[in-house]
Design a protein around this ligand. Structure first.
Ligand code: IPM
Ligand code: MN
Length: 368
């Protein structure tokens, strides 16, 4: 198994958490005898500082030639005054478009060990396990026309979808639901928006090819509420780009910290892996960021780009065990709750060590 991984650590806490994710991947490769090659390139604010643009051609070319792209985070306050198309985030959006992945998978899993971390009661969150399938290349993020006309004092963006764009992402959601609890909740605003009416009609059409899957529909405002009230009622949540951006951050409340959430973008030429959290400039460089979102993102890379399901599960199990042992980065510590405070690096090392023990044991079993 050979895999070329382009690493774009990016801004803020990106480099700190990505280092821990790469350490995990390197370890999996050593144990399994796989050949993983990592190349690091600038993206986002880091790239603007070095080259004047958030997605340098060299980074884009390397990404297109790789088997998978692993990102940290992009975004930096120093560029806040720039127009959207020159900010660090523009580099990420250009990269997403160039790689072509349209289905952004964002699992939100309520770890039992963290049930006291959510402001929601444990009896509400226990067992919650949601997979958001966020459409990533359409909607308001990319629709034309878009502009801020300073003279007239008006600005506009366009939420646009074609039937085909909805069909392809809906198929991903139904396929994945088939391996889970067989339920898709499609989220839209079909009581107001034509684009949502197209969305809903198309999803209903696709659902006919999946008789084993239950489909229901929610308006996005109601969904935002149901996610907090009854998170266990959700299995796969299928939605458009901006709604998915907002709801997946909201779902962090169920898990207890935004730092826990991974993501994978599939369906294009090269899959893209990035934690859901941002660059968190306020805590960058302090060694206190939670690397588990990035590490769980590495597990998704093993699953979706390397076909190494067993190794992906081993990484996920290692994360769970370390949490069960009570180790907590700052974002996971709660007053009055037991927990051993650890740094970004220590957390990475603990997962690494636990993973090695798990793989050792697995290999010993196979050797019998
Ligand atoms: C995310 C982020 C990005 C998005 C930004 C950084 C462009 O918020 O991945 O959720 O809005 O998609
Ligand atoms: Mn977001």
């Amino acid at each position: 198994m050979k895999l070329k991984v382009l690493v774009g650590a990016g801004d803020g806490i990106g480099p700190e958490v990505t280092r821990e994710a790469v350490r995990i991947l390197t370890s999996v490769a050593e144990f399994g005898g796989y050949d993983f090659q990592f190349t690091e390139m600038p993206i986002g604010g880091q790239a603007i500082r070095q080259t004047g643009t958030p997605l340098p051609t060299a980074t884009l070319d390397a990404a297109l030639e790789s088997d998978a792209v692993l990102l940290g985070a992009v975004g930096s306050n120093e560029f806040n005054a720039l127009p959207p198309n020159r900010r660090p985030e523009a580099g990420l959006l250009q990269l997403r478009q160039a790689l072509g992945g349209f289905a952004n998978l964002r699992p939100s899993f309520a770890y039992k060990a963290l049930s006291a971390n959510s402001p929601l009661r444990p009896e509400v969150t226990d067992g919650a396990d949601i997979l958001f399938v966020r459409e990533l290349l359409g909607g308001l993020y990319f629709g034309e026309p878009r502009a801020w006309d300073r003279e007239s004092g008006a600005a506009w963006n366009t939420m646009r979808y074609t039937r085909d764009e909805v069909v392809r992402v809906a198929r991903v959601a139904f396929d994945l639901a088939g391996h889970r609890r067989k339920k898709v909740t499609s989220v839209d605003k079909a009581n107001v928006l034509e684009v949502s009416q197209l969305w809903r009609a198309t999803v209903i059409e696709v659902a006919q090819q999946y008789p084993g899957i239950t489909l229901d529909h929610q308006y996005v405002d109601a969904c935002a509420m149901h996610l907090m009230n009854t998170p266990r009622n959700f299995d796969v949540v299928l939605t458009e780009n901006l709604f998915g951006d907002i709801l997946s951050d909201e779902a962090a409340v169920i898990t207890g910290s935004l730092g826990m959430l991974p993501s994978a973008t599939i369906g294009g030429g090269v899959n893209l892996y990035e934690p859901v959290h941002g660059s968190a400039p306020d805590i960058a460089g302090k060694g206190i960021a939670n690397p588990l979102g990035a590490i769980l993102t590495a597990a998704m890379l093993l699953r979706h780009s390397a076909g190494l399901e067993n190794d992906a599960q081993a990484v996920e199990l290692a994360v769970r065990k370390v949490l069960e042992q009570g180790y907590r980065t700052a974002d996971l510590l709660r007053e009055g709750q037991p927990g051993q405070h650890v740094s970004t690096q220590e957390m990475g090392r603990l997962v690494h060590q636990t993973l090695n023990e798990l793989i050792d044991r697995r290999q010993a079993l196979h050797a019998v």
